[in-house]
Design a protein around this ligand. Sequence first.
Ligand SMILES: Cc1ncc(COP(=O)(O)O)c(C=O)c1O
Length: 348
Amino acid sequence: MNINNQIIDLRSDTVTLPTVDMLKAIKSVTLGDDVFSEDPTVNSLQEKAAIIMGKEDALLVPSGTMGNLVSILVHCNRGDEVILGDQAHTFLYEAGGISAFGGIHSRQLKNNDDGTIDLDQIEASIREENVHFPPTTLISLENTHNRCFGAALKPDYMLKVQEIAKKNNCKVHLDGARIFNASVSLDLDVKDLTKNVDSLTFCLSKGLSSPVGSIICGSSEFIKKARHIRKALGGGMRQAGIIAKFGEFSLDHMISQIRKDHKNALILGQGLFKIKGIDIDIEKIHSNIVYFKLNENKSSYSRQMIKSMNDKGILFFEVSPNRYRLVTHYGIESSHIKIVLDTISEIL
Ligand SMILES: Cc1ncc(COP(=O)(O)O)c(C=O)c1O
C-alpha cells in the first residue's frame, strides 16, 4: 500500500463516485415512467442537454456504448458501411455491437495521434454506387480521442468532415464521451464542437462523476427513432429520474472539475518526464489522459512495474504492450499525483 494507505485509481475516469452534494440532490427527485416519457427529471435533463449541445432533442441512455450503438443503428441500415478510426472506442471496445446487432460493416481508417483521420482518406473511402459495395452512410469521429492521447478534434476539422459527408450524402456521428474535456482543452463552447455533426453521444459517468448515464443528441426526428431503438435494445428505463438527477447535477456543477483534472494530468506528465526510464511526450497531453512507455532498457520490467505499482495501491492500465494509460478525474488530487510520481520513481 502507498504511504497514505489509499487506492489511487487512475485506470479511467469511469471509476468516479458521486459527490456528497450529488447524493444530497437526489433526495428531492421527482419521478415518473420514462418509457411513457413521463419522468419530469429525465425530461428536464434531456432538454438541458439538447440546449447545451445546440441540438433539437436528446435522449438518456444507460451507457456510452448504448449511445453509440443506438445512434449508428439510426443512421445505418443493415449492410451499410460506417467509416471510423482504427483506434475508435466504437471499433475497439464496444463488443462489435454495430455489426452484431445492426449488420453494419465498418471501414477502419488510420487514426493519427491527434485523433483525426486524414480527410483525403475519408473522401477516398466513401464508396460509389456499385452492386459490389456496401453503401457508405456514416462517418463516426471521437472527441476527445481516448486512444489518441486524449486529443481534442478542432472545429475546423469537424467542419471539413461534415462537408465531405454532405457532398457524399452521408451523416456524421460523434462519440463525444468526453466532449466537455474537448471543450475545456480547446477553450471553446461545446457547441463549437457539435455544430457540424448530425448526432453525438456524451457521457455523464466519466469526468462529470455521475454514477450512470449517457445522452444522445440530434434532430427531433433522429431522437424519435433513437427512442424506438433504445426500447428494442432493452434500454427503456422506468423511473430513470433517479439517474437523471445525478446527470443534471453533473451538468450544473461538475464541468468546472474538468479543468482541474487536466491540470493534474499535465503535472503528472511533467513529473513522469523527469523520471529516468520513462518515455513520454508531454506535448501530447491535451486533457485528462496521460500515456507513457518504459524506454528500451526498462521495457522488460513492464509486468514487474505494473505489479509493484498495484501492490502499492496505484492502479492504471497497460493498454497495449509497454503503453500505459493514466486518467485523472474527480477524487484525484495533486497530493495523489505526488505519491504516484514518488512511487514509480522509486520502483524504476
Ligand atoms: C471514447 C469512449 N466512448 C465510449 C465509451 C463507452 O462508455 P460506457 O463505458 O458508458 O459504455 C467510452 C468508455 O470509456 C469511451 O472512452
